[in-house]
Design a binder for this molecule. Structure first.
Ligand code: ACM
Length: 587
């Protein structure tokens, strides 16, 4: 009967097409290929493909076990809501019943349902691990923690037509795969057995909004794409010489003054500042909205305030206590590069400022880490400032780099005095390992970008944790191809998808140091990138390549295979409404 119905429907569709004389089936709208080829990104640890498919046909129940964990229940509820939004299919939420049959305890699932999705809590599994088993009438999901269930649902979505992951409803499906036994609207899922867990606990993406401000809807889109690829850290670079982007109640001028400048483009060489008033910032309310959005996707946000270097916007807001030369004019910077206008670390009010900012960040971001920057901090203004000269003597050093470390030590001590729930670990760029004589202690995390592989080994040998974000090739704001259509950005187009994919994190690292390697991160600097579509274009699909390096074991990674799996992602990007680099897509 169903088969007959399907044939009739197809006839109707094709007759309709003929009558309209249209050449575009199913419509001019985006078609969602009913691709039953399996193209998961990142590649799971183990996958076994079986015959057949699960169909969302008739009544499908989702069965929660006696889940005490409200967070796990919330993960399933979100999946049910998102699935309904994308497909129009309402899953029936049920709780399985325990019964005794012939003296044996058995679990009974909703008998009225035609098919079931069954969730199991298995406390023997790792925090982000999951198992997903798809059979014709039943999908079983097992995990220990909410994150594991979330990733299982992400994989399940990736096994379906891409409008599901994109979260958009469509009735336009291409039929080229010859679905002869079901309707496209039954969302067939191929039968598979998957056991999966990540290689690294840190799978990050950094966005610089100091140079350019994109706003919360763009951030949410990026968080969605990160979650699709099972990335779990959003490093939010919120302050720069060229802009301060987060409301700090105690210092309102940071956003009244520091969030605005007199040019949209940043000057560099022939490119001159354009004179237009430009800027923006996130209010506390915006931050709360984004934090909640990220949490729902198991992404921790790592806020970065880059101090005492890269701080001209802050200095322009409060020159009276942040500037080394308060008598001079200070403005939010209109140029690219590294400004010498750094915070006067010898002024006690500047130290208090930094502590207050950390306190407010701690309130706003209920996560584990705060990043204090530490890169590219010129010392020439300190060398000319009498308070800095005196402080250097006081700490018994002749090396101005030590002033930066002294500043951070006071901030570390400030955090150490907080109650347990307000403790935050600190991350720094790897320059804090260089040029100074007084070490900052081994309880910090080093984000290795310049000479990253060696810097990470150095950090690990000193007992610090480390994250790999090598400038080449993980700065994915750089041009990703030599195509003429590539947007203006840094680099010469050598950091292609293949180049990014081919980087091998933690390669040939001594086994004794490996526990210090937390994972990988792609970084996106925005000096040249005024528009959010250009962020997306440069970020994608390279973000997917970094995500796979963070998640999949080396023996599961293969560029040719990745490239094949990547092809269908163009449909996901288009449905999601994100721009993406085209050089690796066949059509
Ligand atoms: C950096 O690229 N300055 C961290």
């Amino acid at each position: 009967m169903r088969r007959l119905l399907f044939v009739l429907l197809c006839l109707f569709a094709f007759t309709g097409m003929a009558q309209e004389g249209s050449v575009a089936y199913p419509s001019e709208k985006e078609c969602v290929p009913m691709a039953q080829e399996i193209s998961l990104i990142p590649q799971p640890a183990k996958i076994c493909v079986n015959e057949g498919k699960f169909l969302f046909r008739g009544k499908v129940a989702i069965c929660y076990p006696e889940i005490k964990d409200r967070e796990i229940k919330a993960v399933a509820d979100n999946f049910v809501d998102e699935f309904k939004k994308a497909t129009g299919i309402k899953l029936k939420k049920t709780t399985p019943k325990k019964k005794k049959v012939l003296g044996k305890a058995v679990t009974v699932y909703d008998k009225k349902a035609d098919a079931h999705i069954v969730m199991h809590v298995d406390n023997s599994m790792g925090g982000e691990a999951y198992k997903l088993s798809v059979a014709p009438k039943r999908i079983d999901i097992a995990a220990a923690k909410p994150a594991g269930f979330f990733y299982a649902f992400q994989t399940l979505k990736q096994l379906m037509p891409r409008n599901v992951m994109a979260g958009v409803y469509t009735d336009s499906f291409t039929m080229e795969l010859g679905l002869h036994d079901c309707l496209p609207t039954e969302y067939p899922v191929p039968c598979v057995e998957i056991e999966d867990e990540p290689r690294f606990g840190w799978r990050g993406f950094m966005l610089d909004e100091g140079r350019h401000f994109y706003g919360k809807e763009e951030i949410k889109k990026i968080l969605d794409v990160m979650a699709a690829y099972k990335m779990n850290r959003f490093h939010w670079h919120l302050t720069e010489d060229q802009g301060w982007r987060i409301e700090i109640k105690k210092y309102p001028k940071l956003t009244e003054v520091g969030a605005w400048r007199n040019s949209k483009v940043l000057g560099w060489g022939e490119v001159k500042p354009d004179g237009q008033l430009y800027g923006g910032y996130y209010t506390r309310k915006d931050v709360k909205e984004i934090v909640d959005y990220a949490k729902q996707r198991f992404i921790e946000i790592v806020p970065e305030v880059d101090i005492p270097g890269h701080s001209q916007a802050a200095v322009a807001s409060y020159p009276e206590f942040l500037a080394c030369d308060p008598e001079k004019e200070h403005e939010v910077w209109l140029w690219q590069g590294v400004s010498p206008d750094v915070i006067n670390v010898a002024n006690p009010k500047a130290v208090q400022f930094a502590k207050d900012v950390i306190d407010e960040l701690t309130e706003m971001f209920p996560f584990g880490y705060i990043h204090l920057g530490g890169d590219e901090c010129p010392t020439q203004k300190w060398e000319r400032n009498s308070d800095c000269q005196a402080l250097l003597k006081e700490i018994g050093s002749e090396n101005y780099r030590d002033l930066q470390i002294h500043f951070y030590k006071q901030l570390k001590e400030h955090i150490a005095q907080k109650p347990a729930e307000k403790q935050r670990k600190l991350i720094f760029w790897n320059e804090v390992l260089h040029g100074n004589t007084a070490p900052l202690g081994d309880d910090i995390t080093i984000m290795a970008w310049i000479g990253a592989d060696n810097a990470a080994v150095d950090a690990a040998k000193r007992g610090m944790n480390t994250i790999l974000s090598p400038q080449i090739p993980y700065y994915i704001n750089r041009r990703q191809s030599k195509l003429e259509t590539e947007p203006r950005s840094q680099g010469y187009g050598d950091e292609t998808v293949e180049r990014v994919y081919s980087y091998k994190p933690m390669n040939n690292v001594d086994a004794s140091l490996q526990p210090k390697y937390m994972g990988v991160q792609a970084n996106f600097w925005t000096e040249w990138v005024e528009e959010p579509e250009v962020v997306e274009y440069l970020m994608l699909p390279r973000l997917a390549a970094v995500a796979e390096a963070g998640w999949s074991k080396p023996e599961r990674r293969d560029y040719k295979d990745f490239l094949k799996r990547l092809q269908g992602e163009a449909v996901y990007y288009r449905l999601k409404g994100v721009s993406y680099g085209k050089h690796v897509f066949e059509k």
